[in-house]
Design a protein around this ligand. Structure first.
Ligand SMILES: Cc1cc2nc3c(=O)[nH]c(=O)nc-3n(C[C@H](O)[C@H](O)[C@H](O)COP(=O)(O)O)c2cc1C
Length: 211
């Protein structure tokens, strides 16, 4: 089974989307399901589309996109990529899975962006597999965090995705939150924002400045 993992984060080095794909790849490779799998990795980080990637991608049976939620939607360079290739797939047996991570606590925030990916799948005449909306994305920058208690919901979501990928099933979209109370996530995030602005020579009160 040929699988393409497509990281759509614009970050060149280190991204939550990359960590989520790496973890999913490890789960796929460790599975008990008897399937020979051949995984290729791709990065779409800006709107300079690398057309040389396209042959391998379109030869896959499964495409798994992972990208961040931007303004409740799909990042613009990904939209360019999706519209460029939507009429080009020769096989309509390709199945599409999508993982969208967001800064808000609730993975449900990515519901509309997952619908956009489902609509694109229909327009491209491909088959929809499943979507996973990951809340509290920045918590999961490091792979080891996903395997700890705080990543329990997410790890289970990735395992369900992996089973559906390998067995040819589709599934209801899954939305996860980190396994900590919402107020703890908010307090920690605010602390990190204050620390970040100080690092860049600003003041915490400037975080709420209206431009
Ligand atoms: C321009 C921009 C827009 C964003 N819009 C949203 C948003 O609408 N909702 C949300 O929850 N997070 C939003 N985020 C946060 C990112 O989704 C979050 O930081 C994510 O973890 C980044 O993933 P990556 O490391 O894979 O790029 C936004 C971030 C940026 C830079």
């Amino acid at each position: 089974m040929k699988i393409s993992l497509i990281n759509g984060s614009p970050k060149n080095r280190g991204s939550v989307s990359g960590t989520l794909l790496k973890t999913l790849e490890n789960i796929l490779l460790k599975t008990d399901i008897d399937k020979k799998i051949d995984i290729s990795n791709f990065k779409i980080s800006n709107s300079n589309i690398d057309r040389s990637q396209y042959d391998t991608i379109s030869d896959s049976e499964i495409l798994i996109f992972a990208f961040p939620l931007y303004i409740d939607s799909v990042p613009s360079h990904m939209i360019k990529w999706l519209s460029l290739f939507e009429d080009s797939f020769s096989s309509n047996d390709i199945r599409i899975f999508t993982i969208i991570n967001c800064g808000f606590y609730e993975g449900f925030q990515s519901k509309n962006a997952i619908s956009i990916m489902k609509n694109w799948t229909d327009k491209a005449n491909l088959k929809w597999g499943q979507g996973l909306g990951v809340g509290g994305g920045p918590t999961f920058f490091f792979e080891k965090t996903i395997e700890q208690n705080i990543g329990k919901n997410l790890y289970n979501g990735l395992k369900i995705l992996s089973t559906n990928i390998l067995t040819g099933n589709d599934g209801e979209n899954i939305y996860t939150t980190p396994n900590i109370p919402r107020f703890v996530y908010m307090l920690t995030s605010h602390h990190l924002w204050r620390r970040a602005i100080r690092t860049f020579g600003g003041k915490p009160k400037d975080l709420s400045k209206k431009l």
